[in-house]
Design a protein around this ligand. Structure first.
Ligand code: NAP
Length: 305
């Protein structure tokens, strides 16, 4: 594949940025990839493992001459990072991000950007519970959706190029409005994470079941919860604080359904439970048919990622 951008700069060098780097190299999507991370430790690790063609010690230096800059930092600091790099952005450059929430990021970043750059937010729906510069791998985005969320008035050519870039990284792409994105993701990702955190917290609190029993007898459902609940605390704190409205709406609905199931159990309403579980089973089948997971008992992870 020929390069889509001459120089791509990745700000923040964690799971997503490091996976992007390896996937950019795999497909030859940029002539040069420059990286920057806040801590010296992460910058040194990046240099040590050959993550990025060049690592800069300041964000300003890193974005110089880049025709694509991607913010790969937690959602809560996107605005501050945008403010820091804004004066050094090349006219005509595209600025994007990979944040898990879109409306809050658009509101935080847009005011800082000069008129002569294109802002095209995006969100790859791919991740693991691991974080940091060593956690990335080139296949992370393969066959996963990346939602492109252009802001009003964005230049179509800039959005098209970014969409092609994500396709080159292995993703399937679709465009979506920011508010709709935040609602969809609260259902498919944010609230499920909150539920996993809660269940693992409950198991941890329960005095009558020891920690060693929880670990030793950990069955499939709980094991998956622990994997999700091991996700990065900073990232997920920011996700919930930035997607408040949608999270609270879906959590409200979740609580209602939970009470209905609780009542069905108390009143021996087996028909209700059976109907409910039949409906939810069909959702699982739909996900497998859409190629977004496998029917294997370990979800195809082979016990690793
Ligand atoms: P990560 O592995 O924890 O890496 C975060 C990076 O951001 C690190 O390099 C960190 O630098 C840097 N950073 C943190 N605070 C900063 C600050 N105040 N100023 C400058 N840099 C800062 O995170 P990730 O999983 O790649 O997530 C990055 C973004 O992708 C987040 O917005 C997240 O919502 C989104 N996302 C994540 C997933 C997922 O499953 N992980 C999926 C899709 C989208 P240091 O290492 O120097 O601290």
């Amino acid at each position: 594949m020929t390069a889509i951008y001459d120089r791509v700069t990745l700000i923040g060098l964690g799971l997503i940025a490091s996976s992007m780097y390896w996937a950019i190299k795999r497909a030859g999507l940029a002539n040069e990839v420059v990286g920057y991370a806040r801590s010296e430790e992460t910058r040194n690790t990046a240099r040590e493992i050959g993550l990025c063609d060049r690592i800069c010690d300041t964000a300003i230096d890193a974005v110089e001459g880049a025709d694509l800059v991607v913010l790969c930092v937690p959602v809560g600091v996107m605005g501050a990072v945008a403010a820091e790099i804004a004066p050094a952005l090349m006219p005509g450059a595209t600025i994007s991000d990979v944040g898990s929430v879109k409306r809050a990021v658009i509101d935080a970043v847009s005011p800082h950007l000069p008129d002569n750059v294109h802002f095209v937010p995006a969100h790859p729906l791919a991740g693991t519970e691991h974080s940091g510069p060593r956690s990335g791998f080139a296949e992370l985005f393969d066959n996963r959706w990346c939602l492109i969320v252009p802001v009003d008035g964005t230049d179509d050519t800039a959005s098209d190029a970014l969409e092609k870039f994500w396709q080159g990284l292995g993703s399937l792409t679709e465009r979506m409005d920011a508010d709709h994105h935040d609602l969809v993701l609260s259902v498919t990702s944010h609230v499920p994470h909150l539920i996993a955190y809660t269940m693992v917290g409950v198991a941890d609190d329960l005095q009558r079941v020891t920690d060693s029993e929880v670990i030793k007898y950990s069955a499939a459902g709980f094991r998956d919860f622990t994997r999700i609940a091991a996700s990065d605390p900073t990232m997920w704190r920011d996700v919930f604080l930035s997607n408040k409205d949608a999270t609270l709406e879906i959590l409200g609905r979740f609580t209602e359904e939970l009470f209905a199931l609780q009542r069905a159990i108390r009143t021996d309403d087996g028909a209700h439970l059976h109907d409910y579980f039949t409906r939810t089973r069909a959702v699982r089948r739909g996900i497998i048919e859409a190629g977004q997971d496998t029917a294997a008992p370990d979800f195809g992870r082979g016990g690793s990622k």
